[in-house]
Structures are given as C-alpha cells and as structure tokens.
Design a protein around this ligand. Structure first.
Ligand SMILES: Cc1cc2nc3c(=O)[nH]c(=O)nc-3n(C[C@H](O)[C@H](O)[C@H](O)COP(=O)(O)OP(=O)(O)OC[C@H]3O[C@@H](n4cnc5c(N)ncnc54)[C@H](O)[C@@H]3O)c2cc1C
Length: 485
C-alpha cells in the first residue's frame, strides 16, 4: 500500500530546513504539502497581505520543481476533514506553533486525527530547543531573559543543523504532485486574493519582498553590511541598521536556527566580528515563544497577576490620535505613521509608542497589541504580547512599571537631528533640530516657519509631566495592594 503523508504548513513557509517536509519525503510515496486558510482565524490585515504573497512565492517555487502547494480555504475543521478525505494520508506532520489561532487549530487537528485514526506528528523545529529542554535548576521555565540567554548559549554547541538530506534530489519533488485534485486546491483563497489587490496592500509591498529567496538575500545583506555596527547603531530609527527579518521569521520563510548556523560560519571567517548582540535579539524571539508555550494565557492576560486589577482610562480620542499619528508628540507620530505607511516600525520607537499609550495615556495595552496585530506585517502572537507586556510593566522580565520612557529625551537622543521625524512628519520638516522634538515649546519658531499649531500639527494630546505623575500615583496604589488602581 502506498504511504501518503500530509504536511500541514502554518508559519513555516519555506522548502529548506524543514524537518517535517524532509521526513515526509523520506518516509512516503506521496506527500501533500497543505496550507489551510480560515478567514475567521487569521492574524491581522497587514499580516494577511504578506501571507498572500508568501503563499504565491512558495507555490511558484514548488511548481518550478514539478510539485504543488495545496490550498484549502474555509472553516478549518471542515477543510481539515475534507483534506483527510481527499488525500487519504496515513499520517499528518506539522511544526508546532504558539499563540492563536495556531493552538486552537492544532487542538482541532488532534481531535480529528484521533477520530479518524490518522497519526499526527508534531515537530519542534520552529524552536531552537524542544520546550522543556532549557529550564532552570528547579526544572521550571526561565521567566527572566538573561539567565535564559546564558543557559541557551551554553547549550548552543550541542545544537544540530536541521537536516537537509532529502530535498536535494529532484525526483523527490514529484511526490508532491496532485493532478487529480480540483483546480481550486491550487488557487490562492479568495479573501487573500482580495486583500492583496487593495491599494493600501500594494503600497505596503513596495517596501518589502516576501519569500524564502528574499529572506536569504536580506540575511546576507545584513550580515555583510550591518552586523558589525549593529550593537552601536540598532537604536537609531533613521538608520537601516537592523536586519528587518522579523516578518520573514514570523512566516518561517527563513529558520532562526538556520540563521544561527549561517551566523557562526560567517563569524568564523571574520573573527573580529561580535555577533552576540544580534544573537541575543534572535533569542528574545525564542524566549517569547517559550513564554506562550508555558503560559498560553499571557497572550491576553498580564503575566503579573497584580496588573489584572489595573484600571485603564481607555479614552477613545487618545487611542485614535495615537493610531493615526496625531498625538502632537513628533517621535510618536513618526513611528505610528511609519507603521501605517510601511507595515513596520523600528524597535526603539515601538517601545516609545507603547509606553506613551499605556503609561501616559493610560490606555489598556491590549488596544495597542490589537492595533499592532492588525497593522504590522511581522505581527506575531508571541513577540507582540511579550513586547506590549514588557513595556506596560506587567509581563515577564518587564520594564519596571514605574519607569516611563520620556519621549522627548528619547527623541533627542536617538533622532538628534530630527531627520526620522522629518521623514514621517513632513509638516514639521522646516523646524530646527532643537524645536522638532517638541514644537509646542517653540511657538515663535513655529510661527516663523509658518506652522500653525493646532491647525497644521496638533498640540500634544497629553501634558507629559502631569501624565507621568498620574501614572506613578496609579502604580503606587497598585504596589500597595489597593484594588482598582
Ligand atoms: C510593543 C512591541 C511590540 C512588538 N511586536 C512585535 C511583533 O508583533 N512581531 C515581531 O516580530 N516583533 C515584535 N516586537 C519586537 C521587535 O520590535 C521586532 O522584532 C524588531 O523591531 C524587528 O526588526 P528587525 O527584524 O530589524 O530586528 P533585529 O534587531 O534585526 O532582530 C532580529 C530578530 O530578533 C527578533 N527580535 C528582535 N527584538 C525582539 C524583541 N524585543 N522581542 C522578540 N523578538 C525580537 C525578531 O525576530 C527580529 O527579526 C515588538 C516590540 C515591542 C516593543
């Protein structure tokens, strides 16, 4: 009897360094590589745009090899059942993902496979080490990053490269050919086709090129051109100093582990290079994934329970000003407009906008998380939840809740000449590098430059001194155990 394996892709949209696929090819006569698109179970809109292009690229790479990606669109449970019926696999392989909607779909798949007596095999290749391998002396997960990082670094020499032995043979790809299936299995789902044709979606993609090949090119460019200065330059939002690999990593177009092996090979050839600072950032991603693995409710609930009692103001006007880049605080507006225009925001500015929203404007971090989830191309359940909780002060290893970023000092420090602001807030471009960080403090210069505050550019939505004092009062109450701070 022919052995058939269904390889279910979620966020591993690549053909290399993918043990689920490699093992399926090695063990089976037929392999169905399947993506299930459930329009009710997507991440955000920007994320869906990248997804659409990523699937098209993957489909094109497979066709080039005489193989196919199969696409099932609609309610996940129904489509999964349909795929089992059409493909008749004896086993289903998939790479484990954390966060929603993945966890829910994984549970549904488990129930359905059990019922139909189809073997379901998870792979942990999207983690550096299988969850549970890196734990503290008590056998518990690390909830502080630095000891976690040290423990992982100690274990790295034992890490084995992901096996690539099978996919190199041309004839293997013919196992992934399914001429008997209906034509719709080979077409991009309607909702993804629609979203990728929207003008805003096309605008976002002017800045990016999804896909496995582009991911590797981006990595090479970063390693050879920017890595040596990463530690020094990475906090300056105007510089193209970081890897910009986050969306590629989220979609699994490149494997973080494969990046690690590429990095050590390059570092061996270039011994003067210090790759540690960037490796550390890559491992923040791993830390975030493990946090959701061990504490899945932290996607929506504060890791530190005492914050469950925090009372938020949730002022709709403040939220709207923040979302549309109209807070009147230039560095914040620059970041929010960069996000809207490109689907990306620099990490330093992500921290500043999140701090302003949660601490100065006292808006629940979940609103910020939801906006990012919908507008970031790299929107990722684990990184996003951890990032927001870190800034709000309620997460694992979080910034202390009494520490607020001062957006003006940060702006002066990391955008000293104001050119990042000039790029994204062009109505302020004629202001001096002093006034541009806080135009309301320089009314005469604004008048001289023809900038009418309140008309051409808003006054700040909040008095930063007062909001800081109010925030500190709130957290002080919370600290003293007062309910409803
Ligand atoms: C409030 C907030 C929300 C965030 N939401 C997301 C999100 O939805 N998706 C996302 O990928 N990142 C998120 N981040 C983390 C970080 O801002 C981005 O990963 C980074 O800016 C991406 O740019 P890069 O690829 O050039 O990063 P680089 O500096 O080149 O870092 C390399 C990779 O390491 C990982 N990484 C870097 N910093 C972090 C971090 N702080 N936490 C976790 N992983 C990290 C990313 O995968 C990144 O691509 C968030 C941060 C904050 C403060």
């Amino acid at each position: 009897m022919e052995k058939t394996t269904l390889v279910w892709l979620q966020r591993e949209l690549r053909l290399s360094h993918l043990p689920a696929l490699q093992d399926a090819i090695a063990q089976s006569d037929k392999v169905a590589l399947v993506y299930f698109h459930d329009p009710q179970r997507t991440l955000g809109q920007a994320n869906s745009v990248w997804l659409a292009h990523s699937l098209l690229r993957l489909q094109a790479s497979l066709r080039h090899k005489g193989a196919e990606l199969l696409l099932y669109s609609g309610d996940f449970a129904q489509q999964f059942a349909l795929a089992l019926q059409e493909i008749e696999p004896q086993q289903v392989f998939y790479s484990v993902q954390v966060g929603q909607p993945f966890t829910e779909m994984q549970n549904l798949a488990l129930q359905m496979c059990k019922k139909r007596q189809v073997a379901l095999q998870p792979f942990y290749s999207e983690f550096w080490f299988t969850p549970g391998e890196v734990v503290n002396k008590q056998g518990n997960p690390y909830v502080v990053f630095t000891p976690f990082y040290k423990a992982v670094v100690d274990k790295l020499p034992a890490l084995q490269p992901l096996d690539e032995r099978v996919v190199t043979r041309d004839e293997d790809w013919l196992k992934l050919h399914w001429p008997q299936l209906p034509a719709e299995r080979f077409e991009l789902p309607l909702s993804l086709r629609e979203i990728q044709n929207r003008p805003w979606a096309q605008k976002l993609l002017q800045y990016w090129q999804p896909g496995e090949d582009a991911a590797w090119q981006q990595l090479q460019r970063f390693i050879t051109q920017n890595l040596s200065d990463y530690d020094h330059d990475r906090d300056f939002p105007l510089l193209d100093a970081t890897s910009r690999l986050s969306a590629y990593l989220h979609f699994g177009e490149i494997s973080a582990q494969a990046i690690y092996f590429e990095l050590i090979a390059y570092a061996e050839e270039n011994p003067q290079l210090n790759a540690q600072p960037w490796l550390r950032q890559l491992l923040w991603r791993e830390f975030a994934r493990l946090m959701l693995w061990f504490f899945p409710n932290t996607e929506t609930e504060p890791f530190q329970q005492k914050f469950a009692d925090m009372r938020w103001q949730d002022n709709a006007e403040s939220l709207s000003a923040w979302q549309s880049g109209q807070t009147g605080i230039p560095i914040i507006d620059a970041g929010m407009r960069e996000l809207w225009e490109t689907g990306y925001m620099h990490n330093r500015v992500r921290m500043l906008v999140a701090s302003l929203l949660t601490k100065d404007l006292n808006v629940n971090w979940r609103h910020g998380q939801a906006w990012f989830a919908n507008t970031l191309l790299d929107a990722d359940p684990a990184n996003n939840a951890m990032g927001w909780q870190w800034v709000a002060g309620c997460g694992v290893d979080a910034a202390p809740y009494y520490r607020l970023f001062n957006p003006l000092r940060q702006s002066e420090k990391f955008d000293a000449q104001g050119d990042y602001i000039r790029k994204w807030v062009p109505e302020l471009r004629t202001l001096s590098s002093k006034a541009i960080h806080a135009p309301w403090l320089y009314p005469q210069e604004c008048v001289l430059k023809g900038i009418n505050l309140g008309k051409h550019y808003p006054y700040p939505v909040v008095d930063l001194k007062r909001s800081r004092a109010q925030h500190l009062l709130r957290v002080d109450k919370l600290k003293r155990g007062g309910k409803r701070a």
